[in-house]
Design a protein around this ligand. Structure first.
Ligand SMILES: [Zn+2]
Length: 208
């Protein structure tokens, strides 16, 4: 079964405050023989729109650019961990879980409900820096979360991004895991192949 955990890209979707609004503008022209219309779309949006990959370069000077992330890191075994009823995910929420064999982790939280109404939620659940440091020590290579940042809203220093991105651990943000039961899956996270970029919208699916 294929589970699509990608947020649809629309003109009315919530974006990070200050990021470019999404603008999908339908265009068309008549064929040379005037027998049919050729349709295309002009696309305007930020590279961190909706479901997207953060490359290390997003925060780290000299860090890896998007096209330098090996596809092997973005595809393979992934575990969806459901952590409900918390304000943030910290070391205390993680250390008692079984981590043997886990390579990539996607956190399903109460955030996944926020994708229903098109509003931006400031009080989203995030990963604490001590939780990120724990994942680094466990050798996790990719961390996903079901809202638009893995750091707290209005974070000044972005400690969670830095803990992960300085170690070349890829971050997946903006997942919608509302229909995905916790468990083991195969992940395919395929960002647009933007050269030299800091991140890109991505189609992300899980199979089991
Ligand atoms: Zn980010």
């Amino acid at each position: 079964m294929i589970l699509d955990v990608t947020v649809p890209i629309t003109n009315s979707m919530p974006v990070w405050p200050g990021d470019p609004q999404v603008r999908l503008s339908p265009k068309s022209h008549l064929s040379r023989d005037k027998s049919h219309t050729v349709k295309l779309t002009a696309i305007e949006m930020g590279s961190h729109t909706g479901t997207h990959v953060d490359a290390p370069y997003h925060f780290v000077e000299g860090g890896k650019r998007l096209h330098e992330i090996p596809l092997e890191q973005l595809t393979g075994k992934a575990t969806v961990l459901e952590i409900a009823g918390v304000r943030s995910i910290g070391l205390g929420d993680l250390e008692h879980l079984k981590w043997d064999g886990i390579e990539r982790v996607l956190f399903k939280t109460d955030n996944s409900k926020h994708w229903q109404d098109g509003k931006f939620y400031e009080e989203f659940i995030y990963l604490e820096p001590d939780g990120a440091e724990f994942l680094v020590q466990r050798g996790i290579q990719l961390v996903g979360i079901d809202y638009l940042s893995i750091d707290k809203f209005k974070s000044e220093k972005h400690p969670t991004h830095f803990a992960l991105l300085t170690r070349d651990i890829v971050i997946l943000e903006g997942l919608n895991l509302s229909k995905v039961p916790a468990g083991e899956y195969t992940l395919l996270a395929l960002p647009l192949n933007l050269q030299d970029a800091d991140g890109a919208p991505s189609r992300v699916i899980l199979t089991n």
